[in-house]
Write a protein that binds this ligand. Structure first.
Ligand code: SF4
Length: 237
């Protein structure tokens, strides 16, 4: 296998979703994902072919995009950066950046908890895939995350409708039961779905907020700010 990195893009932008909303960082977007979410807004990242780069070029690009280290923060995303094909390169990149004192976030699709990477990274954003994605997340993965990575993760669910909300609530309750810790607070974000062909889905946002309030205000509802600003189709923002 090539030791090159399969890269979709490397660019500087402001985090547009989740609890780090509004934070400037450099995104390293890996090319290739085999998960197949029906409502994926980055289908251009699915193919495992495209731009190949050695570590030295990835680092050069990160350095330039960071304005020569003035933003020492990287989000590793995709595609699916935790696909086994990417895993050795992601681990190498993580070690390279941590040796230089950078803050690292990873966007995990929820299919795998990869200890060798998660142990080294500063923050894990872990998906719980809802029914509208057509993909399932094992609740056991969420439990493992809560047990091993307390204080450095969020769980994120994309919510298209009430069924997605109910599935998230059900998973939350299963995790709480399996953890056997009634006091635990799980940082879980609901992201109202905003598809690329849509106008801003105001009614969906209102529905998700209302469902959350009526069901114990367990979650935080945080939209995708970059889509409000730049439109739902714009890339690298
Ligand atoms: S895991 Fe991410 S990139 Fe892969 S199909 Fe799902 S939303 Fe798209």
């Amino acid at each position: 296998m090539s030791s090159n990195y399969l890269i979709n893009s490397i660019y500087r932008a402001t985090e547009g979703e989740g609890i780090h909303l509004g934070t400037p960082q450099v995104f390293v977007r890996f090319q290739g994902c085999a998960i197949g979410c029906i409502n994926c807004d980055s289908m251009d990242t699915w193919d495992f072919s495209g731009q190949e780069m050695p570590l030295v070029d990835v680092w050069d690009k990160v350095w330039n995009e960071s304005l020569e280290g003035s933003i020492k923060r990287v989000s590793i995303t995709g595609g699916d950066p935790l696909h086994p094909k990417h895993e050795p390169r992601v681990l190498e990149l993580v070690k390279h950046l941590k040796e230089r004192g950078w803050y690292l976030n990873i966007e995990a699709a929820g299919t795998r908890v990869v200890d060798s990477i998660f142990d080294r990274i500063d923050f894990i954003s872990f998906d719980f895939k809802t029914p509208s994605t057509g993909v399932k997340t094992r609740v056991e993965n969420l439990v493992k995350l809560c047990k091993q990575y307390k204080g450095k993760f969020q769980i994120k669910s994309v919510i298209a409708d009430e069924r997605d909300f109910n599935a998230s609530l059900d998973a939350y309750n299963q995790v709480i039961t399996m953890l056997e810790d009634a006091q635990i607070s799980i940082p879980w974000v609901l992201t109202p779905c905003y598809e690329t062909h849509e106008e801003f889905p105001m009614e969906r946002f209102e529905l998700v907020q209302e469902l959350n309030i009526r069901n114990g205000s367990i979650f935080r509802v945080i939209g995708q700010q970059h889509k409000w600003i730049h439109g739902a189709q714009k890339k690298q923002v």
